[in-house]
Write a protein that binds this ligand. Structure first.
Ligand SMILES: C[S@@+](CC[C@H](N)C(=O)[O-])C[C@H]1O[C@@H](n2cnc3c(N)ncnc32)[C@H](O)[C@@H]1O
Length: 620
């Protein structure tokens, strides 16, 4: 793949949904009440004495004496959450002005007291201080970290309510970012109900944690999950949580009052959202497999032992040895039982320091691979420049749609294998293969080749593109492992393509594109619009960038005089990650030209057929 000068990826505004709620400053506010002073309150017990109660769409504040209400930074407010926005933040609105307040961990229907932490022109961010009355669909969270860890932000929301919220978020994004009209029957037909996840805990096959130094106790910031993210290297991103590193640990405010944190010097666990240096120590995660939790427990039990001489990475001083612990669960090909890979990411090349930990972990029968990635950079990347196999194999296997896949520590693999079966079935349905072995498939962002290989036996040839060299090597190995010889995997950066990209390949009939969160680079969009493959299947773990790219593919890029050529036939959200804000989508786009021909022949037959074949039914 030829390299071109890179231009940065286009970004979408972080608050694209906001125009729906843009404040109408000219309209005077009907009502709000200032109950007391606006000074920040540190003691949450005294909150009632100091709150402002703006009139929100859901409360009945009938005081008509006040002017338009726009909160100030530091102000303490009583609010009612209306809905969940993308990324899981609760949305509260001031009724008359439409001014939006976003609050992490506020759930629909919840009445709470929050403090304004950030104020922008048309919205403010609020930190929840105290719940007054819980939300409509409250359930007890089974996880002890649920109220602090940012990973499972919605454990307190019933699963049905989580699904409803996610479905609505996708619809809103496709309408507001993608500019599809929800009044058009065509769009209404394309939007599918979300596919639920039958297993709502222990579904993750990969978790990662961080080693952190807990230096001081900070004030109460919500947490974001570091587990599940292999990243640092954004090219590897999938639907895993983003995380950062820091030497500053974090203890929730309530625990600060309850118990002394003395002696809790180091932390291995979860990061505070937006803070790379605050970490919540975690001993168990309900999203990962039992063997993975056993490993976590073993590591937690002994890694602080001074005799081992292990130290956590300090992002400020760039010192310390242990950076990440990554746990990935696959399936044993013979028994189908869990196979576990344990990956220690360290800052220096001293694998012998890990020997005592390795000996203990190796006692767990499922731990079939223990590796050490050495990453000497000062950044947070978990991909090593060097990799050592400390015990067992260097890869684990996973079984997906009847094929066996070999996965190395640094290759992307679907995090929830059970749900990936369903996702891949949907992709296969959208591909609508003729089955005569005549079609060419282009598998962009192919990772270890999984999607392309599951289709390979029914097509003429699969061409996969992927930037991570190890993933490409795994993809080739996976083709061999499954006796597939009509798949070619090519290493290259799809953000840096030029006009020669893929020019030596036959024209594909079907393009599958499965980018990571930033979506597709404009160069790739332009390539696809020029290529005009009959069908594009867009698999996305970020509905916001997906909506943007769908807009380009369907309506073009007017500012660059580029026409769109596709029609959105179906958009199927899939819940791969219950309790987290993540949403996966499978979108089917058909070349408009083909559509029009079909329409002429048989009015809406093509459309209806496509909609039927791509929609999820329980028989699937
Ligand atoms: C969401 S994963 C999809 C992987 C694969 N399709 C699957 O289902 O297992 C995205 C993949 O894109 C790769 N990737 C990210 N940025 C890339 C780029 N600029 N060029 C090529 N591949 C990239 C990542 O390494 C990762 O394997």
């Amino acid at each position: 793949m030829a390299a071109m000068a890179t231009s940065s990826l286009r970004s979408i505004p972080s608050n694209t949904w906001l125009h729906k709620f843009r404040p109408r400053t000219s309209i005077p506010s009907r009502s709000f009440t200032t109950l007391a002073s606006l000074s920040p309150i540190e003691n949450t017990e005294n909150i009632q004495l100091n709150v402002t109660v703006p009139s929100t769409s859901n409360n009945n504040n009938n005081d008509k004496s006040n002017k338009s209400f726009f909160p100030k930074r530091g102000q303490t407010l009583e609010l009612v959450c209306e809905s969940l926005a993308f990324k899981g933040k609760g949305v509260c609105k001031v009724a008359d002005t439409g001014f939006v307040l976003m609050c992490d961990r506020a759930l629909p229907g919840e009445r709470f007291i929050g403090r304004v932490t950030r104020k922008k022109d048309n919205f403010a961010e609020v930190k929840k201080l105290k719940t007054i009355t819980p939300h409509f669909d409250y359930v007890e969270a089974p996880c002890e970290y649920a109220s602090h860890c940012g990973g499972c932000k919605t454990q307190n929301l019933s699963y049905e309510a989580q699904l409803k919220a996610k479905e609505q978020q996708v619809r809103d994004l496709v309408v507001h970012v993608g500019k599809f009209s929800d009044h058009e029957p065509e769009f209404a037909g394309a939007m599918k109900p979300i596919v639920p996840c039958d297993i709502q805990f222990h579904y993750r096959n990969k978790e990662s944690g961080k080693f952190h130094i807990l230096l001081s106790v900070s004030d109460a910031f919500d947490l974001v999950e570091v587990m599940g993210s292999s990243r640092g290297n954004s090219l590897l991103q999938k639907c895993e949580m983003e995380f950062s590193f820091g030497p500053k640990g974090w203890v929730p405010a309530e625990q600060l009052q309850e118990k002394s944190t003395e002696g809790c010097v180091y932390a291995l666990g979860l990061h505070a959202p937006g803070f790379f240096d605050k970490v919540l120590n975690v001993n168990k995660c309900l999203l990962q497999s039992d063997p993975a939790n056993e490993v976590l427990a073993i590591v937690q039990e002994c890694w602080r032992d001074p005799e081992l001489g292990l130290s956590p990475w300090n992002v400020y001083s760039h010192s310390g040895f242990l950076k990440h612990l990554m746990l990935r669960t696959g399936s044993n090909v013979e028994t189908g039982l869990p196979d576990l890979m344990v990956n220690f990411v360290t800052s220096s090349d001293n694998p012998e320091y890990l020997k005592p930990l390795v000996e203990k972990i190796a006692t767990i029968p499922e731990a079939v691979s223990i590796v050490n990635n050495v990453n000497t950079s000062i950044g947070n990347t978990s991909v090593g420049e060097k990799e050592y196999t400390l015990y067992g194999k260097s890869t684990i296997t996973e079984i997906l749609r009847g094929l066996t896949f070999q996965i190395s520590a640094n290759s992307f693999f679907q995090t929830n294998t059970q749900q990936a079966e369903i996702l891949y079935k949907l992709i296969e349905d959208c591909a609508f293969l003729k089955g005569d072995g005549s079609e060419i498939v282009l598998d962009l962002f192919c990772g270890t080749g999984t999607i392309g290989l599951t289709l390979a036996k029914r097509v003429k040839h699969v061409y996969g593109f992927e930037v991570v060299a190890q993933a490409v090597a795994d993809a080739r190995q996976n083709a061999t492992l499954n006796c597939i010889n009509n798949a070619t995997f090519i290493e290259g950066d799809l953000n840096k393509i030029d006009s020669t990209f893929a020019s030596n390949l036959p024209k594909p009939d079907i393009v599958i594109t499965d980018p990571n969160r930033p979506g597709m680079h404009i160069k790739l969009i332009k390539f696809l619009l020029k290529l005009r493959a009959s069908r594009i299947i867009y698999v996305s773990c970020n509905p916001a960038t997906c909506a943007r790219d769908l807009n380009y593919l369907c309506y073009g890029v007017p500012e660059q005089n580029i026409e769109g050529h596709y029609r959105l036939i179906s958009l199927q959200p899939v819940d791969m990650f219950p309790h987290t804000p993540h949403i996966e989508c499978v979108c089917l786009l058909e070349l408009r030209y083909l559509w029009d021909l079909e329409s002429e022949k048989n009015t809406n037959a093509s459309y209806e057929a496509a909609v039927i074949r791509s929609s999820w039914t329980s028989e699937n």
